[in-house]
Design a protein. Structure first.
Length: 119
């Protein structure tokens, strides 16, 4: 089974519950890589910014003029999607762009199970 379905931690030790708390405290940037249609039908994690995986290369690369401001300050990043598969790819992409601390926290369902709010 996939690791994001288990109660495991990322290499740096971030659980989904950690991500919920750190997002509320403003200590991390939470990125939802799902498509807009998915957000429309299921909402998004409270405090998340939406950068669909198809636009990640231009909107999340600090060298790009189209990079969202939240990703320019070097804060740790937590990414999620619907199941954890796209966010796993997004994590790798963000690391290749030079983001130092990136965590795949799985899917929106994992966020909800950890007590995270959805808006």
């Amino acid at each position: 089974m996939f690791a994001f379905n288990q109660r495991t931690m990322t290499p740096a030790g971030m659980t989904v519950a950690d991500a919920v708390a750190r997002t509320a405290a403003g200590d991390i940037v939470l990125v939802d890589v799902r498509d807009p249609s998915e957000l429309a039908s299921g909402g998004k994690a409270k405090g998340a910014i939406n950068i669909p995986s198809a636009t990640l290369m231009m909107r999340a690369d600090p060298r790009s003029p189209e990079c969202v401001p939240e990703l320019k300050d070097g804060k740790p990043i937590a990414v999620y999607c619907a199941s954890g598969a796209r966010s796993a790819m997004a994590k790798q992409m963000l690391e290749r762009m030079g983001h130092a601390e990136v965590h795949n926290i799985g899917g929106l369902v994992h966020w909800r199970r950890a007590g995270g709010e959805v808006e």
